[in-house]
Design a protein around this ligand. Structure first.
Ligand SMILES: [Zn+2]
Length: 409
């Protein structure tokens, strides 16, 4: 079986595309959407516990806003053409930063509010050339796990350290292996905004944070964002290709451009620093990678269907439906499959990488039991239906990578 995410995405009904919708504009089918919903919910909860506040902001903004942010001068080639609206022009956003900067600015802020952590899983758009589009990796529409932290300069070190720890947790839960940490700096010839002092200070803050975290890294010139240096956290796909999954960026430029300020302890106005961070990048690129590293066999907690229930014969159909109802009530994603021979149905479930098959035969139905078969071929002795549901629910809740264990490594 192929491990190409485009092939697996089709085979497992995760996502697809249609020429009439357009190239680089994939849609997520119910199975892929169920997995993504679970991952998004997990990320929001992880962020909530870490003191982030979630917002919603529109995917459009006035061209003027992107002129002010610097995107128009430095990034216009990657943006869709503006849409004229009377005297104004609207553009599809290439990033969420300006919206979040203006959300910061929309209320009076004091040093007591800092660090202010604004998070959103939001849509952003890139005018990629049609020749390079494909699957979930090269797309024109993507949903970014994004956040912006507004803080004072002395708070940057602790914030970056906390972000690195949050990333470690998210990567572990999703089953991702980081290959390297890269400090991405300005290079010659690129387009960059802001003054040299700010760039030097931002670079120094990131170096100190990486060293404090004890993380070995490579400094690479020419890979910075146009507004500041960044830490890029790299992953390797099963074919050995490296790409960036997570980033942390220090930005003095946009807070100045949008004239952001807070009341400092002396009663004066001070300018916050803006940290841009994404724990796992866009949902599209994340899932392209997850599909490939897991070969479609996701951990139980975000598997699209966690249990398929197989009545051996029509006489067990009612028992199967009852078990499935209980599992749905317990928060699990469940299907009942009654079509074809039991052997074929077990093979179909394995092909779909469903973690658990609950077989209910003439022996199990009358006593309310099920026999669980695991995706990897292991089988458990028949157990009471509610016990089987509680077992699967506990593995899912623990976010264990193992089908039999509720203990995280
Ligand atoms: Zn940003």
């Amino acid at each position: 079986m192929s491990i190409d995410h485009r092939q697996l995405g089709r085979d497992l009904d995760l996502f697809d595309s249609d020429p009439l919708i357009g190239a680089g504009l994939p849609f997520w089918l119910p199975a892929g959407s169920a997995a993504r919903y679970e991952v998004e919910s997990y990320l929001r909860e992880l962020e909530r516990r870490a003191g982030y506040q979630h917002v919603y902001s529109p995917v459009l903004g006035k061209r003027q806003m992107y002129e002010l942010s610097g995107h128009w001068a430095n990034f216009a080639d990657d943006m869709f053409p503006p849409m004229p609206m009377g005297e104004e022009a609207l553009v599809l956003r290439p990033s969420l930063c300006p919206h979040h900067a203006l959300i910061f600015k929309s209320r009076q802020r004091s040093y007591r509010d800092l660090p202010l952590r604004i998070a959103e899983i939001g849509g952003q758009y890139r005018a990629e050339r049609s020749g390079v589009l494909g699957g979930l990796t090269r797309v024109r529409s993507m949903w970014l796990n994004d956040a912006h932290i507004f803080c004072a300069v002395p708070q940057v070190g602790d914030e970056v350290a906390a972000i690195l720890e949050l990333m470690r947790q998210a990567h572990s839960a999703l089953g991702l292996q980081v290959s390297s940490y890269q400090l991405s700096l300005r290079g010659s010839g690129g387009k960059y905004a802001g003054d040299d002092d700010a760039w030097a200070q931002a670079e120094q803050l990131l170096r100190e944070a990486l060293e404090a975290a004890g993380v070995p890294y490579d400094a690479v010139e020419g890979e910075a964002a146009f507004y500041g240096p960044k830490i890029d956290i790299q992953i390797v796909d099963p074919l050995g290709r490296e790409s960036t999954l997570s980033t942390i960026q220090v930005d003095f430029h946009q807070p100045a451009q949008f004239d952001l300020s807070y009341t400092d302890p002396s009663g004066g106005r001070s300018r916050p620093v803006m940290l841009h961070r994404s724990l796992v990048g866009s949902m599209e690129r994340l899932f392209a990678h997850l599909i490939e590293v897991h070969a479609g066999a996701f951990p139980v907690w975000y598997a699209p269907v966690q249990v398929v229930v197989l009545p051996v014969a029509p006489a067990q159909a009612d028992a199967a439906e009852e078990f499935a109802r209980g599992a749905v009530e317990a928060g699990l994603r469940v299907e009942v499959d009654q079509d074809g021979s039991i052997g074929n149905r077990i093979r179909t479930a394995a092909h779909r990488r469903i973690p658990y098959v609950a077989v209910i035969g003439a022996r199990e139905a009358p006593v309310g039991e099920v026999a669980l078969r695991l995706r990897d071929g292991r089988q458990l002795p028949a157990m009471a239906g509610p016990d089987a549901i509680a077992f699967v629910a506990s593995v899912a809740a623990s976010r264990s990578p193992d089908l039999l264990s509720t203990v995280e490594d």
